[in-house]
Design a protein around this ligand. Structure first.
Ligand SMILES: [Zn+2]
Length: 446
């Protein structure tokens, strides 16, 4: 396949479809996938019947609002039930060629299966994002994302299909990655925003000037909010002398479902694959496009495990007004997670996991306080606890034990554990204890 490398579009017709045309396609695919899900996935048959809705009720996109939501818990409760792939899956296992899994930091990891066609369309979408940020066949690309189980790993195939020279970096130690940047002179790299910043700092400390000694001109970031925070993006750009693009993915759908264009004003989402609704986070009531709420996605073309009205837990809004780049697919702006999840070193940390660790430890009261803060553009967390009066261990030992337990459970240790005497924390004095203090300068208000 040869494309005009001067064209800004990977698939011009698709990317610039007039809104009415795009919605016509969405409707046809929605009708097909909802029927397919009903016919082949036991969960949907049951839940649609219980809700008194039928696939044939869908005559307009808004008719989807009559259908029930699903969420992460639905995935967890149905996987492995009846078959290996579970009751949300709509194809037999022999049609599945790939599964990714979520990190499992909130419980049992959820798996996301793909048929061959699902996977090929996933990669075509990744090629489209890479092309959108300016990757061309003459680029050298380092994919510095985790390959183990993670849905972001295979995205590199999208770059290869585009024709770029791909280096499957994975999670190499920084020294080796810097060696690759110095020796092979790649032009584009994808990593997390905090790691992009840390790697730049490390390069400077190692005597490199990232602007002169390397040839990186574009940096793709994902997995943390940083790429959409202007100050963080600019800080990374200043170190590297490269342009930073934010991508957004969901283990449940694609490695990247949405990506910034050269205007960096929200992330274009592949509306030919994903129908976006925004709902009130508490009531589930539909909000008009442009209002901020929980994003709800329906996958229009994934057959292995269709997601019909999946509540993502991500808070954001969609802007469907035309973008200056000429693309008509809407742009999402993500503000953060609905629950109190925070991300440290690209690991999702949930306060409930910290609580679980604290409550399992002996010799401490079980009271705790979590502080989330930002240092060097990276989120960190600290935990404060209370030691029982009769605990003979010294504070350092108690702190070290808790730090190790948190690292074992969560994958990333706290920046510090502060040990107070029994009653030293103020967490019990209020009716509803405030246990999480977010000191970061990020506006999560909605
Ligand atoms: Zn655009």
């Amino acid at each position: 396949m040869s494309r005009d490398i001067n064209s800004k579009f990977w698939d011009e017709e698709l990317e610039t479809l007039p809104r009415a045309e795009l919605e016509k396609r969405q409707l046809a695919d929605l009708q097909e996938i909802v029927q397919f899900a009903y016919d082949h996935a036991p969960y949907y048959k049951r839940s649609f019947d219980e809700a008194g809705v039928k696939p044939s009720d869908i005559h307009a996109l808004s008719d989807l609002q009559k259908f029930p939501f699903i969420n992460k818990k639905t995935q967890r409760d149905t996987q492995g039930v009846g078959s290996f792939l579970g009751e949300l899956a709509a194809v037999p296992e022999e049609d599945v060629v790939f599964i990714s899994t979520s990190s499992g930091s909130t419980g049992v990891p959820t798996m996301s299966p793909f048929t061959k066609k699902d996977f090929d369309e996933f990669q075509d979408t990744e090629s489209r994002w890479f092309w959108q940020i300016g990757m061309r066949p003459n680029d050298r690309y380092v994919h510095a994302l985790n390959f183990s189980l993670y849905v972001g790993g295979p995205d590199v195939i999208g770059a290869q299909n585009l024709g770029a020279l791909c280096i499957w970096g994975g999670t190499l130690p920084s020294e080796r990655l810097l060696f690759i940047l110095k020796t092979y002179k790649p032009t584009i790299i994808w990593t997390s925003p905090s790691y992009a910043w840390q790697l730049g700092e490390k390069a400077l400390k190692s005597g490199y000037d990232p602007k002169k000694d390397f040839n990186i001109r574009k940096i793709i970031v994902a997995g943390e909010l940083g790429g959409s925070i202007d100050a963080t993006r600019k800080a990374i750009e200043d170190i590297w002398g490269a342009e930073v693009y934010d991508f957004y993915g969901l283990s449940d759908i694609f490695g990247a479902c949405a990506a910034q264009c050269e205007y960096h004003d929200g992330l274009h989402i592949a509306e030919n694959h994903i129908l976006v609704e925004t709902v009130d986070i508490h009531t589930g009531e539909i909000l008009p496009p442009g209002e901020t709420g929980e994003l709800v996605f329906t996958t229009l073309r994934k057959h292995a495990r269709p997601l019909i009205r999946f509540r993502t837990g991500d808070i954001g809004r969609i802007d469907q007004t035309p973008c200056k780049c000429g693309r008509t697919h809407g742009r999402i702006h993500i503000l953060g997670r609905k629950d109190d999840m925070f991300i440290v070193s690209a690991v999702n940390v949930f306060p409930s996991d910290i609580e679980a660790v604290i409550r399992e430890q002996s010799g401490i009261t079980g009271e705790y306080l979590i502080r989330i803060f930002e240092k060097d553009f990276t989120s960190k967390y600290a935990v404060e606890i209370e030691k029982n009066a009769d605990n003979p261990k010294d504070d350092e030992t108690v702190a070290a034990e808790i730090s190790a337990a948190l690292k074992a459970r969560i994958g990333v240790k706290p920046a510090r554990v502060v040990v107070h005497p029994d009653g030293g924390l103020n967490t019990r004095s209020e009716h509803k204890s405030k246990r999480i203090i977010d000191e970061r300068n990020i506006d999560y208000s909605i």
